[in-house]
Design a protein around this ligand. Structure first.
Ligand SMILES: *[C@@H]1O[C@H](CO)[C@@H](O)[C@H](O)[C@H]1NC(C)=O
Ligand SMILES: *[C@@H]1O[C@H](CO)[C@@H](O)[C@H](O)[C@H]1NC(C)=O
Ligand SMILES: *[C@@H]1O[C@H](CO)[C@@H](O)[C@H](O)[C@H]1NC(C)=O
Ligand SMILES: *[C@@H]1O[C@H](CO)[C@@H](O)[C@H](O)[C@H]1NC(C)=O
Ligand SMILES: *[C@@H]1O[C@H](CO)[C@@H](O)[C@H](O)[C@H]1NC(C)=O
Ligand SMILES: *[C@@H]1O[C@H](CO)[C@@H](O)[C@H](O)[C@H]1NC(C)=O
Length: 487
């Protein structure tokens, strides 16, 4: 007899007075088996950050460029009033719990006084050559309760050894070692696969670099096209396609190779490795500050949020400090508006007061009602039924006052700690289909064609490899979406 049948028998025995309830609670419903691959604790924590910050600042800021040559004079690096604490105002305004600094971009100029090159802040007039932007950045972040991360460009247009395999890999690793050991705890290391097609050929020893991160900052997330922890999404526009699996086969991805964008964007439903995508995008047209540019509108940023965070990604948003060494007040104000809008939309759940039922429930700890409790660590799990792939559903029954509470956004979240499973889903309000899609993952947001009212909201699922485990269903009203075309 299966555990589920035992549970039903126990319940029946309690009802018929054959045994005392104490005996019945002993036969507790088990959680479902995970579906491999599953995220590590660090990957889960990273996913739940949802929005993180990027700061591109360096030689390009002072040459008004996006890509330097490597021949820039360090004397050009002269921020008049650099204040990394002010950068954290930007991170805090965006509600970001992690900020990543570009410590060295492709031009090779180092924002810290590396012992392995003369091409760094040490040769600049800033603080008479005694400054260290990485130190100020890490200290400001940690003082503000923001985790710090660093980007160190593999492609280096300055270093003379670039192109000599062993010599340059040693140089890169020596610098990585400085960053990993000199600035306290680091939560993400960013390995950019980009370089020009006509750039000098160079074989990077990514595995040696990654293992060094593991050794020196064991809980840090490692980003590259191929992970190992999080992957590039295949574009720099702040969106992922409507199908987004956190899983890929790492062995199919060559870092920096062209033609892998589509695979990175979709992921692989049968992927053997958990490597979720991160959407990097900049708040302005450029990654570096240019006087002639301004921040994206609130509406553009919200679109980006829906098509990144709302499709199972983490959004990595860049805000470039200017030549003074400060993030523009206007950019910080835009970030604050962005966060305020997210709080306004998602701070109120119009599913409040609803009850939930489902196609099946496996018992107390895994009841359908868990999708309404606002917690990531509780979830609805149906009974295990071998071989079944679709026809799972959860239904919210809203209270009578729901008639006065229209919504135009539906939020669905899988409990991805147990793996990503949903391959198709449909949303019905009082029996009328209002949205549908493929994957869900950590978070899936649907913007509806317009505000709807209704007493019942039913979500139907088809799931791979195992039944769906759903941690949340939420209903929200986005005032910015009213009167906008649907998507
Ligand atoms: C640096 O920025 C922080 C945060 O905005 C601010 O409190 C501090 O006064 C600034 N420091 C200077 C020297 O302006
Ligand atoms: C790099 O190597 C490839 C193949 O080995 C070759 O086709 C290409 O021309 C080289 N590029 C440069 C810039 O030397
Ligand atoms: C590579 O090509 C780009 C144009 O595609 C050019 O601007 C750049 O100077 C070239 N770089 C090198 C190192 O030849
Ligand atoms: C990834 O690996 C799985 C398991 O070996 C396999 O089923 C799947 O086809 C692979 N994906 C691709 C795109 O080859
Ligand atoms: C702003 O100026 C930079 C540097 O001259 C240029 O590359 C960029 O295209 C300009 N941006 C816009 C939006 O015109
Ligand atoms: C940089 O931004 C700060 C904050 O908005 C501003 O005070 C300063 O004038 C800006 N610098 C330049 C060169 O625009």
């Amino acid at each position: 007899m299966g555990r589920a049948s035992l549970l039903r028998l126990a319940a029946a025995m309690v009802l018929t007075g054959l045994v005392s309830p104490q005996v019945a609670v002993a036969a507790r419903a088990t959680p479902p088996l995970p579906v491999l691959p599953i995220p590590t604790a660090a990957q889960l924590a990273w996913q739940r950050r949802e929005v993180i910050m990027f700061f591109h600042f360096g030689m390009n800021t002072f040459t008004n460029s996006e890509l330097g040559t490597g021949a820039e004079d360090p004397a050009l690096f002269a921020p008049a009033a650099l204040n990394a604490s002010q950068w954290m105002d930007a991170a805090a305004a965006a509600g970001a719990s992690l900020a990543i600094l570009v410590a060295k971009h492709h031009d090779g100029f180092c924002l810290w006084p590396s012992a392995y090159t003369a091409h760094s802040v040490r040769a600049s007039p800033w603080h008479g050559g005694a400054g260290d932007v990485v130190r100020e950045f890490a200290a400001a972040a940690h003082a503000r309760g923001v985790d710090a991360g660093l980007y160190l460009s593999p492609w280096d247009l300055h270093d003379q050894e670039y192109g000599r395999e062993v010599a340059y890999n040693e140089y890169y690793l020596a610098q990585l070692h400085e960053l990993l050991t000199g600035y306290g705890s680091l939560s993400e290391i960013w390995f950019d696969g980009h370089k020009d097609k006509n750039a000098t050929n160079m074989t990077y020893h990514f595995q040696e670099w990654f293992q060094t991160v593991r050794q020196l900052q064991s809980s840090s997330i490692i980003f590259s096209d191929a992970g190992p922890d999080v992957r590039w999404v295949g574009n720099e526009d702040g969106f992922v396609g409507t199908t987004c699996w956190s899983t890929v086969n790492r062995s199919m991805i060559t870092i920096g190779a062209t033609g892998i964008e589509n695979y990175l964007n979709n992921g692989d439903p049968w992927g053997t490795d958990w490597v979720p995508p991160e959407c990097d995008v900049t708040i302005r047209p450029g990654w570096f500050w240019h006087e002639n540019e301004t921040a994206k509108t609130l509406s553009q940023l919200l679109d980006i949020y829906y098509t990144s965070v709302g499709r199972n990604c983490v959004l990595l948003l860049n805000a470039p400090p200017n030549t003074t060494g400060l993030v523009e007040d206007a950019d910080i104000a835009r970030l604050r508006e962005f966060r305020a809008a997210i709080t306004r939309i998602f701070g109120t759940d119009l599913a409040d007061g609803s009850t939930a039922r489902a196609s099946s429930e496996r018992g107390g700890d895994f009841a359908a009602g868990n999708v309404l409790d606002g917690r990531d660590d509780t979830y609805w799990a149906p009974m295990a039924e071998d071989g079944r792939r679709d026809g799972y559903w959860v239904e919210l029954r809203r209270p009578a006052r729901a008639r006065a509470r229209p919504f135009n956004v539906v939020r669905i979240q899988e409990h991805v700690a147990l793996g990503q499973r949903v391959e198709r889903h449909e949303v019905y309000v009082d029996g009328v289909a209002v949205a549908s899609g493929t994957t869900v993952g950590h978070k899936r947001l649907h913007r509806l064609a317009g505000p709807v009212v209704g007493r019942t909201v039913k979500i139907w699922f088809a799931a791979r490899r195992g039944p769906p485990v759903v941690s949340a269903v939420g209903l929200h009203l986005d005032p910015h979406e009213i009167n906008r075309p649907s998507q």
